[in-house]
Ligand binder design. Structure first.
Ligand code: MTE
Length: 329
C-alpha cells in the first residue's frame, strides 16, 4: 500500500524555510531601528546578543520545565522553522504592560502564584482552577502552530497545553451557551497600560471571545507552556488562549475568568476600533486592514535586520482551513 502525501496549503519549498542565522550585526541593527524612528525599545536589546544564545536576563524569565509532554502527531510541523525563542519571548504584545513590543522585563511584575481561573455562566459545573490544576488536571500535549498577528508579522511557536474542548467537557456548557468570554488579569497598580495620552480611556480589562463552536474546534487550545517550559509572563502566564487561524489579538493572555454566555460580549480591540478589529478576525489576505496590508506577512527572526525579515504570502485561515473553514461556510 502506498500513501500519497498531499502538501498542505501552507507547506513551503525547502528554499523558503527560515535559514539558520548566526550573529546579530549590532551596528547595522541599531542603525535600522533608529532609522525606523522606533527607538531601541522596538526590539529588545536581548536580541542584540548572539542569536543562538539567550541573554541571562531573558533566561531568568523562562518558566519551569514541563517534562514528558509529547508532541501531538497532527501538529508536529507547521511548514516553517520554529521561531528562535529569543525573538518570540522578547517581541511581544501585552498592552497591560505597555504599548511597545519590548515589555518582557516589565511583565515580570505579573503575580502568577497563587492564580485562580474561574469558569462560570451557562455551565452545569462552574469551576475554580488553581495553578496546579492548570498543569496537572488536563493531559498536556505540545503543538507547533503558526502564529499570525494582525500587524502582519508571523512566527511558529511550540505551545504546551490542552485543547479547549477538555475544559468544556469538565464544565459542561448548557445548550443556551452561544459565546464564551475570556478575561485577562487586570490591576491598574500592576498593569498600567501604555504611557500614551489616550491610555486613560482603554476598555480594561482585556476581554476576548469566541463562539461556542470555535471554542469546541479541535485547534482551539489553552497554552500553559511554550518551548518546553511553563509560560513566561510576557507570553501570558499561567494560561492563555491560542487560536492559530485567527489574528493574534484574539488569543487573550493571563486568563482569570471564562464565562459561557447567550449573547456576544464586548471585546477589547473591537470596542476600541471596530473597523480595524472585527469580532471574527480570521486570518484572511482578502480582508484589508486600514493600516497593514494583509496580503503578505513578515516572518519574525528570519534576518538579523528586522527590515529584511522574509516576506511570505498570507494564507486564508493561516493555513488551517481544513480544520475551520466549515465553521464559516
Ligand atoms: N492579551 C492581553 N491580555 N493583552 C494584550 O495586549 N495582545 C494580543 C494577544 N493577547 C494582548 C493579548 C496580541 S495583539 C498578540 S499579537 C498576542 O497576544 C501576542 O502574543 P505573544 O506576545 O505571546 O507573541
Amino acid at each position: 500500500m502506498s500513501f500519497i502525501h498531499l502538501p498542505k496549503s501552507w507547506q513551503l519549498a525547502e528554499s523558503q524555510i527560515t535559514p539558520e542565522f548566526a550573529y546579530w550585526n549590532r551596528r547595522k541593527f541599531m542603525k535600522a531601528i533608529v532609522g525606523m524612528g522606533m527607538g531601541a525599545s522596538a526590539v529588545s536589546v536581548v536580541g542584540c546578543q548572539r542569536a543562538n544564545k539567550m541573554a541571562p536576563e531573558l533566561q531568568e524569565t523562562l518558566g519551569q520545565p514541563l517534562n514528558n509532554v509529547t508532541r501531538h502527531p497532527g501538529f508536529r510541523d507547521a511548514g516553517r522553522a520554529i521561531t528562535e525563542q529569543q525573538y518570540a519571548s522578547t517581541y511581544n504584545n501585552f498592552y497591560e504592560f505597555g504599548g511597545t513590543k519590548n515589555i518582557w522585563a516589565d511583565a515580570q511584575n505579573l503575580p502568577t502564584d497563587p492564580w485562580t481561573l474561574e469558569v462560570g455562566g451557562l455551565v452545569k459545573n462552574p469551576k475554580k482552577y488553581d495553578l496546579d490544576d492548570l498543569t496537572n488536571r488536563f493531559p498536556l500535549e505540545e503543538r507547533v502552530y503558526r502564529f499570525r498577528c494582525v500587524e502582519a508579522w508571523a512566527m511558529v511557536v511550540p505551545w504546551l497545553g490542552f485543547p479547549m474542548q477538555a475544559l468544556m467537557a469538565d464544565v459542561e456548557p448548557t445548550s443556551d451557551a452561544k459565546y464564551v468570554s475570556f478575561t485577562s488579569f487586570y490591576d491598574p497598580e500592576i498593569t498600567p497600560g501604555p504611557a500614551w495620552g489616550f491610555a486613560q480611556n482603554l476598555p480594561w480589562p482585556y476581554v476576548e471571545a469566541l463562539t461556542i463552536a470555535e471554542m469546541a474546534n479541535e485547534l482551539a487550545f489553552f497554552a500553559v507552556g511554550i518551548y518546553g517550559r511553563t509560560l513566561p509572563k510576557q507570553h501570558g502566564a499561567p494560561i492563555r488562549m491560542v487560536t492559530p487561524w485567527k489574528y493574534g489579538f484574539k488569543s487573550g493572555k493571563s486568563i482569570v475568568k471564562i464565562e459561557f454566555l447567550q449573547e456576544r460580549p464586548a471585546t477589547y480591540w473591537n470596542t476600541l476600533s471596530p473597523n480595524e478589529y472585527g469580532f471574527e478576525a480570521n486570518v484572511n489576505p482578502e480582508v484589508p486592514h486600514p493600516r497593514w496590508s494583509q496580503m503578505t506577512e513578515k516572518i519574525v527572526g528570519t534576518n538579523t535586520n528586522p527590515f529584511d525579515w522574509e516576506k511570505q504570502p498570507t494564507v486564508i485561515y493561516n493555513g488551517y482551513g481544513e480544520y475551520v473553514a466549515g465553521l464559516y461556510a
